[in-house]
Design a protein around this ligand. Structure first.
Ligand SMILES: [Zn+2]
Length: 268
């Protein structure tokens, strides 16, 4: 995201007047103590990226554990994927939120999921593809080249992007990307305000998060490649809602127009 100076692993994106669930911290919000702990500084153009030493030590330690444990146990899988290339069956579209981890939720291995993450798991409609080509290219590549058989749009509770739709984000160069991106979900916001109003904040938040999943599925169908493969029966689209507080997933049942526990998927 342009103009944001420091990126650290953590939980929150703190910006004036709004909080998104993310992991970005601006230089001017870092304390002196943090700055003293900084062990690594990388110059990128005019921006300085600082990584906290303690966080890096943890990452490196975990990396070594992965090399010695997971990689050793799955060497053959990595060799096969490297030689034969990827053939994922699922495009998993979800939020950048650090609390939503597709491979953990679905207990997937490398090669299983083609993952597209962005702020809010939004899918811009195809007519705006030239403004949002990063997201569109991942969808087109997954559907028309990799020929995935399922697309899962996975929203989640406490979504900072959905909450930010109702915040007054400053119109500054630092937030230009966020402001532009959130416009994708403007129709979601309008619908939610009309249906539930803003009195009950909790109800509005969940309604927005779930409605957004339905809207993004509709937007997916505006992509010619998606529409073609859905109509030929080669592709299915699913809406999931991950509840951070309980770790549960609900899926969108189109016939009932409601979200139902995922373990009931085959009983409906
Ligand atoms: Zn989110």
């Amino acid at each position: 995201m342009k103009g944001i100076l420091a990126i650290v692993l953590g939980l929150c994106l703190t910006i004036p007047m709004v909080s998104l669930s993310g992991c970005i911290e601006t230089n001017n919000t870092r304390t002196e103590e943090n700055a003293q702990n900084t062990s690594e500084t990388t110059q990128t153009g005019s921006d300085v990226v600082k990584v906290d030493g303690k966080d890096m030590d943890t990452l490196i330690k975990n990396y070594m554990e992965y090399r010695n444990d997971y990689y050793e146990k799955n060497k053959e899988l990595f060799r096969k994927l490297s030689e034969e290339g990827q053939k994922p069956k699922v495009l998993f579209i979800t939020c950048s939120d650090s609390r939503v981890v597709p491979s953990i939720i679905t207990k997937s291995d490398p090669g299983d999921l083609f993952v597209l993450r962005n702020i809010g798991n939004f899918v811009p409609p195809h007519e705006s593809v030239l403004n949002y080509s990063s997201t569109a290219s991942a969808i087109e590549y997954a559907v028309s080249v990799l020929k995935v058989e399922h697309i899962i749009v996975c929203g989640h509770s406490q979504c900072g992007a959905c909450a930010a739709l109702y915040d007054d984000i400053p119109d500054t160069p630092e937030m230009m990307g966020v402001n532009t991106w959130l416009k994708v979900a403007e129709p979601v916001k309008e619908h939610a305000l009309k249906e539930v109003g803003k009195e009950d904040k909790e109800k509005l938040a969940e309604f927005t998060e779930k409605t957004s999943i339905k809207f993004q599925i509709e937007n997916l169908m505006t992509y010619p490649g998606v529409k073609k493969r859905v109509e030929s029966g080669d592709l299915s689209i699913h809406g999931w809602y991950f509840k951070i507080e309980s770790g549960e997933v609900e899926y969108y049942n189109k016939n009932k127009d409601e979200f139902v526990p995922l373990d009931k998927f085959h009983q409906e």
